[in-house]
Design a protein around this ligand. Sequence first.
Ligand code: F6P
Length: 324
Amino acid sequence: MAEIKRIGILTSGGDSPGMNAAIRSAVRVALKKGIEPYGIYKGFAGLLDDNMKLFNSRDVSDIMQRGGTILETARCEEFKMDRGQKEAVKVVKRRGLDGIIVIGGNGSFAGALALSGYDIPTIGIPGTIDNDIAGTDMCIGVDTVLNTVVEAIGRIKDTASSLERAFIVETMGRESGYIALISGLVSGAEAIIIPEIPVDEEFYDKMADKLLEGKKQGKKHCIIVVAEGAASAYTVARYLENKTGYEMRVTVLGHLQRGGSPTAYDRLIASRFGADAVEALVDGYNAHMIGIQGNKIVRLPLEKVVKNSKGVNLELYELAMELI
Ligand code: F6P
């Protein structure tokens, strides 16, 4: 097993609150083991540009409570191509990096796998607000984003019931309905629309009837949560307004969901992931992801993780529907 003397750490794809705690943890555990940790800026794009710095303990002081990522991030098209990957490998060899920790989502893990194909040990840490990574119960940032969205919906409910309006709240999630489903479930939304469960005109007509029925029974507000990848909140609002005559408003929560100080839970799992990622490299692991299952840290082959995107939990969807 090759000795690990120097590693690189990067964040890639969409940032998520808690990534800084993972960086801090990986850097500090590496230093304690006598390993030199290099912070690579701007994800794989930064790796290609040799944009990195040797970190000391002070470089990661006072960052755990900050949202985003101090390493910054990028979505890098060049790295998806062979030519880009070969350039990155040259940088890794020149720098003498014995392993790379990649914090991100499925796209970032595909990049990590590509590097490991060139004999560069890589370890993935799941960091995405979409919680769509197979093999881990939670990803860094999910708990924070849920709390942000639930608070926002609570505020919207206050004004909705004061004016007896219906609101369509659009959450992030181009391909994943997780944020919409869980925030809708725990906010008592009247309907939840997610990309994993397609709906048709009949569904909207039933929703319109329910809206009218609720109003008749003295219901003061109606909140419909829709994931951005399922439908446009404005289209849903226009359709229901025409059908019911009910005054509709739309709130697209957008990128405010991804920012903000991470919750204690996100800081905790990020710290655990960061530490175990370094341990895994030292133990000789390559092309593995660190995840959490039932509060236990696990190491899973990246190839399996990338192949099996996590679907939505149907039981939770059914529960949400039952509670409406
Ligand atoms: O990081 C995941 C995510 O926030 C998705 O929920 C969302 O659809 C997408 O990224 C938005 O990406 P961008 O910030 O590049 O517009």
